[in-house]
Design a binder for this molecule. Structure first.
Ligand code: NAD
Length: 541
């Protein structure tokens, strides 16, 4: 393991993708990867296999099928057939699968931690966030699906004469498109509520992280999910996205805002619903009365968890001018001591970036900012001595609006810190963004924290935490304002979006029309009187 304060050598690692030796695969083997690849349905016209290169080392991890539009059709058909019976299965049985999954994922966590690390290059503690997240979401929907799905009795049109119920029917087959940054969480936690609501699922994980998703599917089958209900198709988003959207009944997309627009256009064309969980440029505000050490801790978690490749991570850090110097001094001292590594243990503070494309994006934004006058307080260097895509955790000062890093998502371990004078000013600056995903406020006064939070235009706001408090409160909705998304995951919205609401009413006694022998004029008088009365009767209005 290497710490930030050690200087990098000048040699660059050879980027040729040789096979990763089995002894560096932790609890996995090449045979295990072949088993997982066999879960992918094949239509017979797939292209030459695709490869996963392990970002921590740049070595070839394994190969998997290059799916075609025909593969997607086959997967959707299989899932649709299995869904008919699944929708008829008692909800308690469906929920029991999720609870068994909860137990299994905790028991099998060492293997999935190895796999997530090998596929993404992330530190093990960031991989564990995914295991905990999946367990929490599985438990939540296992216990609460019935409460959300109903049927719920509703107030009928005519008290005593109309009985009304709200039901939620499964959409059918839900398509899920997921990114590489949290490959277990993003692939599986959106599938769980869809499944327990009675749907089939066809998932297209990111090209870089198919094995983690396949592992998640295999474990669901072990937990008792019917074999064909949940399908995974592997390949390129540009090739499989359109056929998936064309054949499914709802699409849950997580990824970049640019791709989200493409997905939304195609869903609109078919008049199917979609949820979009997109990018962010998330602010953290440290008020003058914040507990300094806790806020520094929070900033480190918020900015550098998963090497900043987290949609809700902090990229803009605003600190009140009265504590700015002390805060920045402590932050820089702590960040410069962070350890970098992707070994399969809990030792490292931060892992690798996940690809060459991510590394290039981060380097380009930092170089542009520095060329335009930003100052690097710590970090700012590529570290090929540790692994091909490692980049130091970086704190920048003096970032201005003419720099790309000021407003565009970096999705890397870089934060821009700046002082502010007044709460009004910092709220305006926090809200001056096309994104609106997550924000963080630090203060000793909880009431002030909640009041400021209410004025920030983001879907989640954490007071005295960076992102985990809202994310892990899975009973509450999570998603973005503005260009950060459409719809929500978690809570009631996270499951009801996968259903069609159906209202069933039973009318007794008299019709909702003038009864025989009563003229329309008299009926209108009668109804007006009844409506006037209802306004005053608690429980009926
Ligand atoms: P991306 O949009 O490039 O890819 C995401 C997924 O979309 C991948 O599976 C990809 O194969 C697929 N895809 C690509 N082109 C497609 C197309 N034309 N049609 C259909 N699918 C297509 O995103 P990325 O860069 O891999 O992921 C990082 C982004 O995801 C960041 O912007 C991050 O903020 C965002 N993200 C958001 C959340 C959230 O909850 N809001 C969570 C994680 C990541």
């Amino acid at each position: 393991m290497v710490t930030m304060s050690e200087s990098p050598p000048t040699t660059v690692i050879d980027m040729g993708a040789h096979q990763l030796p089995e002894e560096e695969m932790g609890s996995l083997t090449s045979e295990r990867f072949r088993q997982l690849a066999e879960l992918v349905p094949l239509a017979g016209d797939e292209g030459p296999d695709l490869q996963v290169v392990s970002p921590g080392t740049g070595s070839l991890l394994a190969e998997y099928p290059h799916g075609s539009p025909a593969t997607v059709s086959k997967a959707v058909k299989r899932s649709r057939r299995a869904q008919q019976e699944w929708a008829e299965t008692d909800l308690t049985e469906r929920a029991a699968v999720l609870m068994r999954y909860h137990d299994l994922i905790l028991s099998y966590r060492e293997e999935i931690l190895d796999l997530v690390q090998l596929e993404t290059g992330k530190a093990r503690k960031s991989a564990f966030e995914e295991v905990a997240d999946v367990a929490m979401v599985a438990r939540y929907y296992a216990v609460n699906a019935e409460r959300h799905l109903g049927p719920h009795p509703r107030k009928g049109a005519l008290p005593g004469l109309t009985s009304t119920w709200e039901h939620h029917r499964p959409k059918g087959v839900v398509g899920i498109i997921s990114p590489w940054n949290y490959p277990l969480s993003m692939a599986i936690t959106d599938a769980l509520p869809a499944l327990v609501a009675g749907n089939g699922v066809v998932l297209k994980p990111d090209q870089q992280t198919p094995f983690t998703a396949l592992w998640g599917l295999e474990l669901l089958q072990k937990a008792g999910l019917p074999l064909d209900l949940f399908q995974i198709v592997t390949g390129k988003g540009s090739e499989l996205g359109t056929p998936l959207i064309d054949q499914t009944d709802f699409i849950a997309f997580t990824g970049s805002t640019n791709t989200g627009r493409i997905v939304a256009r195609q869903a609109a064309e078919r008049l199917i619903g979609c949820s979009l969980e997109l990018g962010g440029k998330n602010p953290m505000i440290v008020l003058a009365d914040a507990h300094l050490e806790s806020a520094v801790d929070g900033a480190i978690r918020g900015c550098f968890a998963n090497a900043g490749q987290l949609c809700i991570s902090i990229e803009r850090l605003y600190v009140h001018q009265s504590i700015y110097d002390r805060f920045v001094k402590r932050l820089v001292a702590r960040v410069s001591r962070m350890s970098l590594d992707a070994s399969l243990d809990f030792e490292a503070d931060m892992g690798s970036l996940s690809s060459r494309a991510q590394l290039e994006k981060v380097e380009t934004q930092v170089l542009d900012a520095v060329a335009r006058g930003a100052r690097v307080l710590t970090g700012g260097r590529h570290r090929p001595d540790i692994g091909p895509y490692f980049y130091e955790p970086t704190v920048l000062e003096g970032v201005s609006e003419d720099m790309e890093i000021c407003c565009e998502e970096t999705f890397g371990p870089v934060v821009a810190v700046s002082p502010f004078e007044s709460v009004e000013e910092v709220i305006d600056r926090a809200n001056d963004s096309r994104y609106g995903l997550n924000a963080s406020i630090w203060t000793s006064d909880i009431e002030v924290g909640r009041e400021v939070a209410g004025r920030v235009q983001t879907g989640t706001v954490n007071v005295n935490e960076a992102y985990a408090a809202t994310w892990a409160s899975v009973d509450a909705p999570m998603g973005g304002f503005k260009e950060s998304g459409l719809g929500r995951r978690h809570g009631a919205e996270g499951i009801l979006k996968y259903t069609e609401a159906q209202t069933i009413s039973v009318q007794r006694g008299m019709p909702i029309a003038s009864p025989p022998g009563v003229g329309e004029k008299d009926f209108s008088e009668l109804m007006s009187g009844a409506l006037r009365l209802l306004r005053w009767i608690p429980g009926l209005r």
